[in-house]
Design a protein around this ligand. Structure first.
Ligand SMILES: *[C@@H]1O[C@H](CO)[C@@H](O)[C@H](O)[C@H]1NC(C)=O
Ligand SMILES: *[C@@H]1O[C@H](CO)[C@@H](O)[C@H](O)[C@H]1NC(C)=O
Ligand SMILES: *[C@@H]1O[C@H](CO)[C@@H](O)[C@H](O)[C@H]1NC(C)=O
Ligand SMILES: *[C@@H]1O[C@H](CO)[C@@H](O)[C@H](O)[C@H]1NC(C)=O
Ligand SMILES: [Zn+2]
Length: 614
């Protein structure tokens, strides 16, 4: 996750409000000067202030004074942006300017985001999102074996307590208890807040000349056909997902027997080793296609070799450096402010991993409750991808210090992690030994990857499909939860394990819904990362699409300066060009296309089809 609140953070200090903004019509040269100097300096400074306030709050979320400071900073930032907008940007038309970069900045600057709300409403929106985030991150449940517990003493929080149960338990009833208890403690408690949030977010959208907040989010993808485009991506990968779902279902049936009713072709949501059934890697052992062939077990190697959290970050940093990219030790340097493990000093923190750009060209931080295991090692690469992007576009003007589209930002670290996860690479860095590179073990390895990447796709798609319907009013509040489950069934082929009602609010049991964070970026990123990966592999001379003897999934572009150059060329553009141009720089293609996903998983797809037809 990346912090994207820069553009849409709004504001109005009473002081600034008191000044009636005078309107100023700038010619191209004057606008250029303003953007390069005064605006650049002041907008960056206010961005730093907001991010510092949010960092301080998210690393101490029960501190009400820090929450108040976030609110104040948010209002100040909104006042700042509103002032400039009224005075300079509101009535500008991109077509009145010659310089393509100025045209593009004007297009962005015309958008005021949530700052368009009046101060009272903006404060309410900010408080509402904070309240939902707070419910989410402080929610606790009693352990299965002690369901009447004193929450303050022995309650489990999501990370690491609840997640560990969901990941490791094979007891159907315990899983069911935890699944339901988490939703009672999180989503259900924010249902009313979510109504307020939707109304205010839509009001801000309308004030920016959009129909609703969903339209605002989709605007970032600069495509009139965006919804059709992503539906098409889903059509490309759905057959692969269905084969995976069927195969995994048969294994779950072996484990849970008659307790599991799959007569309708749907699987209960609590058995996949993940609270949202969004990634299934925690049940890899159960579904391993060839139990006797080699399997990658990095967790064991990390423990044996006594890796520390810092080692994990340094190893990741070393990969980026091996491509000739920018070192990023600053982002995991705890003396410089980073938080790379869960504090033990009594503070409650927002554990959800994130990467931060403090808008000053100097400070970049990762916030993560890291544990020493392979999953977190991969998450580190993901967050370091954000940091690398921040560093690469640091010289762009503030308006362009964004991903080419939000999916790009989420894809970079994952692209790196695809290379890092290959047996070839893990052997190179001594985290894998005696791996027998046979057909059987490569199917095992591909299965591990599919449990993360392919299992994720329908989930990545449906969260915002649901929110687009909520924001547009296509689904009424009385149907919110029912509609959520329609989509879960339609796309994931997953059903609730116990009856749900409109007293429940299951979407809110997911961080990004509670936290007002757009999600389709992750779906887009799951396509893009394979496009990037393939391109970097070709660049590194590790893959040739015409040579069918060397599969894509074996490629490791470690130490390839050519691959690094390609990445740098794309990342350093920020959002200064339309994403299709950036994509072309990085891959030679201007279109989102899932065929690299299919190419990567081809051997597994064949295997699954054959197994499932028996
Ligand atoms: C926030 O702003 C209000 C009004 O401007 C002020 O009274 C208050 O002291 C500020 N709070 C903090 C924590 O800065
Ligand atoms: C795996 O090995 C075990 C014991 O060595 C053997 O009994 C079993 O048949 C093997 N399974 C497969 C699928 O080869
Ligand atoms: C970490 O940050 C501190 C404080 O800014 C600095 O003195 C130190 O040199 C940094 N450490 C590394 C390894 O960069
Ligand atoms: C590697 O795996 C293949 C296929 O499973 C098997 O025939 C071969 O004996 C294995 N080699 C080693 C060294 O274990
Ligand atoms: Zn991310």
């Amino acid at each position: 996750m990346k912090n994207l609140n820069i553009v849409f953070v709004a504001n109005i200090l009473p002081l600034l409000l008191a000044i009636t903004p005078t309107k100023c019509v700038l010619n191209e040269q004057e606008l250029k000067n303003l953007l390069a100097n005064e605006y650049e300096r002041t907008a960056s400074a206010i961005c730093t202030k907001v991010n510092e306030a949010e960092w301080n709050y998210e690393t101490d979320i029960n501190n009400h004074e820090k929450e108040q400071i976030v609110l104040n900073a948010t209002l100040q930032s909104a006042a700042f942006h509103k002032k400039y907008w009224n005075k300079y940007f509101k009535d500008l038309k991109p077509e009145d300017f010659q310089d393509p970069e100025i045209k593009r900045q004007v297009k962005d600057l015309k958008l005021l985001g949530d700052s368009a709300l009046d101060e009272k409403k903006l404060a309410e929106l900010t408080k509402t999102v904070n309240a939902m985030t707070n419910i989410y991150s402080t929610a606790k449940i009693c352990p299965y074996k002690d369901q009447q517990c004193d929450l303050a003493k022995s309650g489990l929080s999501l990370e690491p307590g609840i997640e560990a149960v969901i990941a490791k338990s094979t007891d159907y009833d315990e899983l069911l208890y935890v699944w339901k208890a988490w939703r009672d403690a999180s989503g259900a408690k924010m249902r009313n807040l979510y109504r307020i949030y939707v109304d205010l977010s839509n009001e801000a959208a309308v004030a920016n000349n959009f129909k609703d907040k969903g339209e605002v989010w989709r605007y970032g993808y600069e495509s009139k056909t965006f919804i059709q485009d992503i539906d098409e991506l889903w059509n490309q990968v759905e057959p692969l997902y269905l084969e995976l779902h069927k195969y995994v279902g048969s294994k779950l049936k072996e484990r849970f027997g008659d307790k599991l009713d799959d007569s309708d072709g749907l699987l209960p949501a609590h058995l996949f080793g993940n609270m949202w059934a969004q990634e299934w890697n925690n049940i890899a052992q159960l579904v391993k296609p060839f139990p006797n062939a080699s399997k990658i077990d990095v967790d064991k190697a990390l423990i044996e070799q006594k890796y520390t959290i810092l080692d994990l970050f340094q190893t990741s940093d070393n990969f980026y450096k091996s491509l000739g990219l920018i070192p990023s030790d600053i982002c995991y340097n705890t003396s410089a402010g980073a938080m790379i493990e869960k504090p033990t000093d009594g503070r409650e923190v927002l554990c959800h991993a994130s990467a931060w750009d403090f808008c000053d060209g100097k400070n970049y931080r990762i916030k993560m409750c890291t544990e020493v295991n392979f999953e977190d090692f991969i998450t580190i690469h993901h967050e370091m991808g954000h940091i690398q992007y921040f560093l690469q576009y640091a010289k762009q003007p503030i308006t362009f210090r964004e991903g080419a589209n939000p999916g790009f930002h989420e894809a970079i670290g994952d692209t790196i992690a695809l290379s890092v996860s290959t047996p070839k690479h893990l052997e190179k860095i001594n985290l894998l030994k005696n791996y027998n590179n046979s057909y059987e073990s490569s199917i095992n390895t591909l299965m591990d990857m599919a449990l993360q990447k392919i299992a994720f796709l329908p989930f990545g798609l449906l969260i915002d499909k649901w929110r687009w319907d909520v924001f547009s009013g296509a689904v009424k509040p009385e149907q919110w939860n029912a509609h959520w489950w329609e989509y879960r069934k339609k796309y994931q082929k997953i059903k609730p394990p116990v009856a749900r009602s409109e007293e429940d609010f299951d979407p809110g049991a997911k961080f990004h819904v509670a936290g007002d964070s757009e999600y389709i970026a992750y779906f887009v990123a799951h396509t893009l990362q394979f496009q990037f990966y393939k391109s970097l592999c070709v660049e590194a001379g590790e893959y040739n699409p015409d040579d069918k003897n060397v599969p894509l999934h074996n490629c490791d572009f470690y130490e390839s300066k050519a691959a690094g150059d390609k990445l740098r060329e794309g990342l350093s553009l920020g959002s200064s060009k339309h994403w299709s141009e950036v994509l072309e720089v990085m891959t030679g293609s201007r279109k989102l296309d899932a065929s690299a996903v299919l190419e990567y998983f081809e051997p597994l797809y064949k295997f699954l089809k054959e197994k499932n037809s028996k």
